[in-house]
Design a protein around this ligand. Structure first.
Ligand SMILES: [Zn+2]
Length: 349
């Protein structure tokens, strides 16, 4: 039975020191992935038969279909040439650094051979963050669009599309002034035909959707939502800041833009923007999580449940630059090579 509530220090490490102690070798990492992927014991990835024999090389032999599988086969670690210890350290930095990590920092911190390798590792980790069937936003939800990218990431310079990418933003409002979870999705344009699917995919029917006066939102009442329409014009006439009409969206959009400019130095290509937005949303929605180690546990759990992501798919439209973008110097220290002997505290015995 899968663990419902993983415990700190027992099911996931609570510090970098603990991480290095637990995962000193690739075998330690494989053991942990095995526990996450098959909490009730081996299940054949090919025929779904339960039970099999462990072979001398660490793989499993299915007694039903004769397939030999490793714990990384059919996951984002499939056929990786990067040691799992490096993957674990990357997942740790990705999960525990408040603002995440850039490919450049990752390459430096872990002494990864090439920038492209570090870049592709982070993209593979990013690609697992959105799980199908996740809960929709509920209650009071602000929805708006904003432009991201281009030279000047100012909020909403009109509704025309230039070099910037139009992004739909939905944010839960918690009275009196709080912000709940958010979602961000690239939109082809601000027409109802684009806005409606964004709302139905991310907001629970019955929710109150707060929008500005844009006609693209006019039909959402027919989709089962209560619309709370805030008029920018009326706000201007009242002498109020029109941006303050949707303060939660405004706040989340500026945080996302600051994060893209900060951690990633604004070097995000439009083809990869959605992946970065997914990472931002994942981080934002876990911002109050007290344990970063739990986020690490979750990321690896999603990673062994996610089909392989091929490099060719990552670069289908846009390859990473050979060299990292110039900008702010990276941070971080190489992990210590002095690692204490392994134990396996996540094994519940
Ligand atoms: Zn099988």
């Amino acid at each position: 039975m899968a663990l419902e509530r993983p415990a700190a220090g027992r099911h996931y490490p609570t510090s970098t020191g603990e991480l290095l102690t637990w995962f000193a070798t690739d075998d330690d990492c494989r053991d942990y992935l095995e526990w996450l992927r098959w909490p009730d014991g081996f299940v054949c990835p090919r025929c779904a038969h339960r039970g099999g024999w462990r072979l001398g090389d660490g793989r499993f032999w299915c007694v039903s279909c004769d397939a030999r599988s490793s714990v990384t086969a059919g996951t984002i670690f499939d056929k990786t040439r990067t040691p799992l210890t490096v993957w674990f350290m990357a997942a740790w930095l990705f999960s525990t650094q408040k603002d995440g990590v850039s490919a450049q920092s990752l390459q430096r911190s872990l002494e990864i051979g090439s920038y492209q390798t570090a870049w592709a590792m982070l993209h593979r980790l990013r690609s697992v963050l959105i799980r199908p069937g996740r809960e929709q936003l509920a209650g009071l939800v602000e929805v708006d669009e904003t432009f991201i990218g281009g030279e000047e990431p100012g909020l909403r310079g009109g509704r025309q599309r230039g070099k910037k990418t139009l992004v739909g933003v939905a944010v839960e409002v918690r009275e009196p002034k709080g912000i709940g979870r958010c979602r961000m999705t690239i939109l082809p344009d601000a027409a109802a035909a684009s806005l409606n699917p964004f709302i139905t995919a991310n907001v629970e029917p019955g929710a109150t959707v707060i929008t500005d006066g844009w006609s693209g939102y006019a039909g959402i009442e027919n989709l089962g939502y209560v619309r709370d329409r805030r008029s920018q014009r009326a706000a201007r006439l009242r002498g109020e800041d029109p941006h303050a009409l949707l303060p939660a969206v405004h706040r989340v959009a500026s945080l996302a833009k600051r994060w893209l400019l900060g951690t990633h130095q604004g070097s995000v290509e439009p083809t990869h923007l959605q992946a970065y937005l997914d990472e931002f949303v994942f981080r934002f929605n876990r911002r109050t999580s007290r344990s970063r180690g739990l986020v690490f546990h979750r990321v690896l759990q999603l990673a062994v449940g996610h089909e392989p992501v091929r490099y060719a798919d990552l670069v289908v439209e846009s390859r990473p630059k050979r060299n990292p973008p110039a900008g702010r110097a990276g941070w971080g220290q190489p992990p210590s090579l002095e690692r204490p002997p392994a134990n396996r505290p996540w094994r519940v015995t």
